[in-house]
Design a protein around this ligand. Structure first.
Ligand code: ATR
Length: 264
């Protein structure tokens, strides 16, 4: 039961109302008997929100769209992998010091772990999520990737950021369709705009990955016979690593899938 000792964890972002993080983390707090609650806050001013975390002694945060990069300047330290990626999605409040981590890349790594990545790969988007996916491909041993982004300058910034670590080739929209693996990291679907790509132009042997859980794009791809993977696994594994950072507990992955998808 919630009482004066109950610890608070939260996710902040905008929009936030579709987040499944409260459902998953609250289920895990209950399963492991931790006196804590996890809430979602739609935030307009990230600086004020971070000050609130310190002021109220909130124990941990997830950070999502559009604050994953901007939030960094308000933290006390950043874990080394997150520093390379340039964005964070998890914060631990350690006796008043806010430490930033990126667990998105760990979630995406799990998604591509068993996939043959010795293929032409194109990433759509150049935000924080894109950087996390690029870093996961780098960890998988991929040496070069193609990037398409609506705003060329943002893709160029990402290319400079990764430097020699992994070669990023900036491509035009029409060249997306030449790739064997296409990864959508844009917020186009979440924000409700039209599809980022024309599914009819994709090669039927290509693999489409969308980092959004329960992705409409992946459902539409399946309807036209294209193999797809949505972001459910990435979501669950980023939460697994965040939960471990906060509590030292490695939660039961099968239980997490049941919480999100319902019992199988
Ligand atoms: P995140 O942290 O989730 O990556 P972000 O940093 O806001 O979020 O990045 C969102 C990405 O989605 C960007 O690459 C953005 O393109 P721009 O760099 O041109 O802004 C991309 N994006 C968002 N909405 C889009 C849309 N409707 N069509 C194409 N790209 C879109």
């Amino acid at each position: 039961m919630i009482g004066p000792q109950t610890k608070l964890y939260a996710i902040i972002g905008k929009p936030i109302k579709h987040s499944l993080s409260p459902k998953l983390h609250n289920a895990m707090f209950e399963k492991y008997g931790i006196d804590a609650v996890y809430l979602a806050f739609e935030v307009n001013n990230i600086k004020q929100a971070v000050e609130g975390v310190k002021g109220l002694g909130i124990k941990g945060l997830n950070v999502t769209l559009p604050f994953k990069n901007e939030v960094i300047k308000f933290l006390d330290s950043i874990e080394s992998q997150a520093k390379i990626i340039g964005s964070i999605n998890t914060i631990k409040n350690s006796n008043g010091a806010l430490l930033g981590y990126n667990t998105d890349y760990l979630g995406f790594f799990e998604t591509i772990k068993d996939i043959d990545c010795n293929k032409s790969i194109c990433i759509l988007g150049s935000g924080g999520a894109s950087a996390a996916c690029i870093y996961a491909f780098y960890k998988k041993g991929v040496k070069s990737l193609n990037i398409y982004n609506r705003t060329f300058a943002n893709a160029f910034t990402l290319k400079e950021q990764f430097g020699d670590l992994i070669t990023l080739n900036l491509i035009e929209k029409k060249d997306i369709y030449k790739n064997e693996i296409i990864v959508n990291t844009t917020s186009a679907g979440i924000l409700g705009s039209e599809d980022i790509i024309d599914l009819n132009l994709l090669n039927k042997n290509s693999l489409l990955i969308d980092i959004v859980y329960k992705s409409e794009l992946i459902k539409k791809a399946a309807a036209v016979g294209i193999n797809g993977i949505d972001g459910t696994k990435m979501f669950i594994y980023q939460a697994y690593h965040a939960f471990k950072i906060w509590t030292d507990i490695e939660f039961d992955i099968n239980h997490a899938f049941e919480v999100i998808n319902g019992p199988s």
